[in-house]
Design a protein around this ligand. Structure first.
Ligand SMILES: [Zn+2]
Ligand SMILES: [Zn+2]
Length: 331
C-alpha cells in the first residue's frame, strides 16, 4: 500500500453536500420491504414491528443444487456452491438508517443477526455465514429501506479465508489473537482510534485502503456474535450507533458504505484464532459527491491513498456523536 499525503495539497475542508438530503416518508407504498407490502415474488410482508427476516426472492445461492465438480487441465475448476440468502429489514420505518435508529432498535438488529447466525450454523453444509449491509445507491443498493443481507454458504469465501490463515499462523506462533495484539498497539499509540467503550474499539486500521475505512473490534477475543454478553451487546449497539452517526456527520449526508461482520467459519472447528470484528468500507473521499475510485495504479499495482489513516481517524474522533439532523435548526 502506498500513502501519498503530499497529494493533499489543500487543508481539509470537510465540504458539506450541496445536495439537500432526500426526505423519505416513514412508509412508502411502493417499497417491497415496508411492512404489509407485496414483494416481487408475490409474497406479502407481515406488518412487522421490529426487524423482519425473509429468504431473498432473488437469491444468489440456493440450498438444493446438484453436486457438480468439473475441471479443465487442472487449471480451471468449477464447483456447485450450496447456500442460503436472507434479507434483514432493520426496522419497519422506511425513512431511517442505523445512524438515525435508537440504540435499543439497533439492539433488535443485533438480536436478529444472532438468531440467524445460530440457525444458519446448524444447517448441514453451511460452513460460513456472511452478514453485511450495502448502504446507499452509490454502493449499488437499489432500495433505500434500511436493510442488510446474510449469505450463508458451503465454502469459506476468499476474504475471511485469507484472514483465517493469518489469524491461525499468528495464533500457532504466539498462542494469542492477532487482533488482540493489534488492539494493544493501537491503544498505546492512540493515533488511529476513533472511539472506545467498555467492550469495543473503533479504529481506522493501519492498512486502511478506503479514506474513512474503519473496523469495530471486540476487546475480548470472541469467535462470533453468539458469545456476546449482555453488556457487550449493548456496547456493540452503541459502537454501531456512534460510527454511523459520525459517518453521516462528515459531509452532513446519509453516508454510503459496505459493512460486514467477520465471524468464525461455522464448519464445526473451534476457531480459537478467530477474533470477532466488523469492517466498514465507505467510498466517499472529499465531499458527498466525490468518490474514491480504485483504478489505474490501484488495479495494476497496489492500493494508494492521499489522506493518511491517522488524519481520517482524527476527523472521525472529533466529529460529534449526535446526528446532524438533530442539531439542525428548522428554517
Ligand atoms: Zn420501505
Ligand atoms: Zn475481517
Amino acid at each position: 500500500m502506498l500513502v501519498s499525503p503530499q497529494r493533499t495539497n489543500r487543508p481539509w475542508q470537510g465540504e458539506i453536500s450541496k445536495l439537500t438530503d432526500e426526505v423519505r416518508p416513514s412508509y412508502e407504498p411502493d417499497c417491497y420491504l415496508c411492512p404489509g407490502n407485496k414483494r416481487a415474488n408475490g409474497d406479502t410482508n407481515p406488518v412487522y414491528k421490529k426487524t423482519y427476516v425473509f429468504t431473498n426472492d432473488f437469491s444468489a445461492l440456493f440450498e438444493n443444487v446438484p453436486d457438480v465438480k468439473k475441471g479443465e487441465n487442472n487449471l480451471l475448476l468449477m464447483m456447485a456452491e450450496k447456500g442460503i440468502c436472507r434479507v434483514v429489514n432493520f426496522t419497519p420505518r422506511h425513512d431511517l438508517t442505523l445512524a438515525e435508529m435508537q440504540e435499543k432498535e439497533i439492539l433488535n438488529v443485533i438480536d436478529t443477526w444472532q438468531t440467524e447466525y445460530r440457525s444458519l450454523c446448524s444447517h448441514p453444509g453451511i460452513n460460513y455465514v456472511q452478514i453485511f449491509e450495502n448502504k446507499g445507491s452509490l454502493m449499488g443498493n437499489s432500495n433505500p429501506h434500511p436493510h442488510g443481507q446474510i449469505w450463508a454458504q458451503e465454502s469459506i469465501p476468499t476474504e475471511p479465508l485469507k484472514e483465517m490463515r493469518q489469524f491461525k499462523s499468528f495464533y500457532n506462533k504466539r498462542k494469542r489473537s492477532l487482533l488482540a495484539e493489534y488492539l494493544e498497539l493501537e491503544q498505546r499509540l492512540k493515533e488511529r482510534i476513533v472511539f472506545e467503550n467498555g467492550s469495543f474499539i473503533i479504529v481506522v486500521p493501519f492498512w486502511a485502503i478506503w479514506p474513512f475505512e474503519t473496523m469495530i473490534i471486540s476487546k475480548r477475543r470472541i469467535s462470533s456474535i453468539l458469545e456476546l454478553k449482555k453488556t457487550e451487546k449493548q456496547d456493540y449497539a452503541n459502537a454501531l450507533s456512534v460510527i454511523t452517526k459520525k459517518y453521516d456527520n462528515i459531509f452532513k449526508t446519509s453516508f454510503p458504505y459496505s459493512a460486514g461482520l467477520h465471524q468464525a467459519p461455522t464448519d464445526g472447528e473451534k476457531h480459537k484464532e478467530w477474533h470477532f470484528h466488523m469492517h466498514f468500507y465507505p467510498p466517499l473521499l472529499r465531499s458527498a459527491n466525490i468518490k474514491k475510485f480504485m483504478v489505474g495504479y490501484e488495479m495494476l499495482a497496489e492500493p494508494q491513498r492521499d489522506i493518511t489513516p491517522e488524519y481520517c481517524a482524527k476527523i472521525l474522533r472529533e466529529l460529534p456523536v449526535v446526528h446532524y439532523k438533530k442539531t439542525q435548526t428548522k428554517a
